[in-house]
Design a protein around this ligand. Structure first.
Ligand code: DC
Length: 223
C-alpha cells in the first residue's frame, strides 16, 4: 500500500505555495490545508468585532469561539467562517497586512497550530504556510521550501489582484510583499524559516508544471 504522507510547503508570499499545494494535493488525492487562509480568517473575524492585533487574550477567546473549515468543489477550494463563505473577503490587500500582524500573536498561533495538527494528523495532507516544516509538523515526511525573487512574487500577486478586478499598483504590490516578508521573517514567534531538511525550490525561472514535476518526483521517492 502507498503510504499517506504529511507534506509541508513553506515559503514567503507569492512563491507559488497555494497553486502548487492545490495541484499537488489534487494529483495525490490528498487534503489541502491552506494555513495562511486560517490566519486570514481570524484576522477578518477580529476586524469585524474590533479586536486589535496586540490584544492576545481577546484573540485567544475569539479563536476558541469561531469555526473555520475548508470545502473543496472540484478545483475550487473555499474557506468558511461560522458557516459563511469568506474566501474572497480574506484576500484583499488590507486583510493581507492585518493578517501579518494577527499571525504574530502567540495565542493565535497556538490555537491555529492545534487545529492544523488535528487536521493533518492522519496523513494524506499537503499543508502550506510559513512554519509547517519547522513547528507544526517538524517530522513531516516531505518538506518543501518554495522561493522566488521579490519582483517575481510581487508581479504574481499583482496579476492575481488585477484578475479579481482590484485597482492596484505594481510597485506598491511589490513593496507590500517585501514589507510582509520582513514582518513574517523577523517576528519573535514561529518566524518564516527554511527547515534544515527542506528541499528548496526557486520558482523564479520555472513554470508551475516544472515545479510540480519536481515535487512529484520527491514525493514518489519518499512513498
Ligand atoms: O500565505 P498567505 O499570504 O495567505 O498568509 C497570510 C499571512 O499569514 C502572512 O502574512 C503570513 C501568515 N502566516 C503565518 O504566519 N503562518 C502560516 N503558517 C501561514 C501564514
Amino acid at each position: 500500500m502507498v503510504k499517506k504522507l504529511i507534506i509541508a510547503i513553506d515559503g514567503p508570499s507569492g512563491a507559488g505555495k497555494s497553486t502548487l499545494s492545490r495541484l499537488l494535493s489534487n494529483r495525490l488525492n490528498y487534503i489541502n490545508i491552506d494555513t495562511g487562509a486560517m490566519y486570514r480568517t481570524v484576522a477578518l473575524a477580529a476586524s469585524r468585532v474590533g479586536i486589535a492585533s496586540d490584544d492576545g487574550s481577546g484573540l485567544k477567546r475569539l479563536c476558541a469561539k469561531i469555526e473555520i473549515h475548508f470545502e473543496r468543489n472540484g478545483q475550487f477550494e473555499t474557506v468558511w467562517l461560522n458557516g459563511e463563505n469568506v474566501s474572497e473577503l480574506i484576500r484583499t490587500p488590507e486583510m493581507s497586512m492585518l493578517t501579518s500582524a494577527i499571525a504574530a500573536c502567540p495565542e493565535v498561533r497556538d490555537s491555529m497550530v492545534d487545529l492544523q495538527r488535528q487536521m493533518g494528523e492522519n496523513g494524506g495532507v499537503v499543508l502550506e504556510g510559513r512554519d509547517i516544516g519547522s513547528v507544526v509538523f517538524p517530522d513531516a515526511e516531505v518538506k518543501f521550501y518554495l522561493e522566488a525573487s521579490v519582483q517575481a512574487r510581487g508581479r504574481r500577486r499583482y496579476d492575481e489582484l488585477i484578475l479579481k478586478g482590484l485597482d492596484v499598483d505594481l510597485a506598491q504590490t511589490i513593496k507590500e510583499v517585501q514589507t510582509r516578508d520582513e514582518a513574517d521573517s523577523e517576528r519573535e514567534h514561529a518566524p518564516l524559516v527554511c527547515a534544515d531538511d527542506a528541499i528548496v525550490i526557486d520558482s523564479t525561472r520555472l513554470t508551475i508544471e516544472q515545479v510540480l514535476e519536481r515535487m512529484i518526483d520527491v514525493v514518489k521517492s519518499r512513498q
